[in-house]
Design a protein around this ligand. Structure first.
Ligand code: ADE
Length: 246
């Protein structure tokens, strides 16, 4: 069971996504618990002000510290231990490894969604939090990153994917890209599926898939290949591929 809280100025960016597909099903199955908190509910003025102009001048608005601290206090008051995550392009990169780690986290994962103009620095200074980035590009806010991280992590929670092998076999798990997939029809607009997939020979199919995964990685992400822990079989397939290229 993965337990999450999302603190955001835009709860309606989060809620509809949680109400679809795997994230919805994970919640229905009791494998994911997400609570979405509107930052404005933790303001104390009549205008429910959650952001303000930057000291020193400049464009854009900065998220005020008090509502964020109050929201975190309210979550902590529930008594469960928490792991605080601030979404930010300055953070450590989110990876498949971190997705797995989140999925195994016994504490509540509290995602504090930043705004791209900034979050008052005292949020970083005063809260024991981790900053995480989903990539080297800048978004308007942390809502999409929080969803990306929850989506990617929940796949690793046992029982969420129909087939427990699925998460494991996917791209990056062994730092190889995935192999090609086909479904019916066997012929579509003159394009046929590879014959081996209809052979019923499971060993041949397994071999073909590993080879295609290696090929895919060589073609699309050669940088991943360097990190691969090659098996005997991989070495044999790589040799084969080299021969074929000659
Ligand atoms: N907020 C804005 N850009 C972001 C990014 N790339 N990752 C995480 N949070 C962000």
């Amino acid at each position: 069971m993965m337990k999450c809280d999302v603190i955001t100025l835009f709860p309606e960016m989060i809620r509809p996504v949680l109400a679809q597909s795997m994230l919805k099903r994970a919640q229905e199955k009791g494998l994911l618990d997400v609570r979405v908190h509107d930052l404005r509910d933790f303001t104390e003025d009549k205008h429910r002000t959650a952001d303000d102009h930057p000291y020193g001048g400049g464009a854009g608005m900065v998220l005020k510290p008090e509502p964020i601290f109050r929201a975190v206090d309210a979550i902590r008051a529930g008594g469960e231990p928490v792991r605080l995550i601030l979404t930010s392009p300055q953070g450590r990169p989110f990876t498949q490894q971190l997705a797995f780690e989140f999925s195994q986290e016994p504490r509540r994962l509290v995602f504090i969604c930043g705004r791209y103009e900034g979050v008052d620095e005292r949020v970083r200074e005063g809260l024991d939090l981790e900053e995480v980035s989903i990539g080297d590009y800048v978004l308007t806010g942390g809502e999409l990153p929080a969803l990306v991280m929850m989506d990617s992590a929940v796949r690793w929670v046992p029982g969420v994917l129909g087939d427990p092998g699925s998460a494991k076999e996917d791209s990056f798990a062994g730092t190889l890209l995935d192999y090609p997939h086909y479904t019916r029809p066997a012929t579509f607009r003159g394009l046929n599926i590879p014959e081996v997939l209809m052979s019923g020979n499971h060993e041949a199919i397994r071999n073909w898939r590993r080879k295609q995964a290696l090929l895919n990685t060589i073609k699309k992400r050669p940088d991943l290949l360097g990190k691969l822990d090659c098996t005997e079989e991989d070495r044999r397939i790589l040799k084969e591929l080299n021969q074929e290229r000659k």
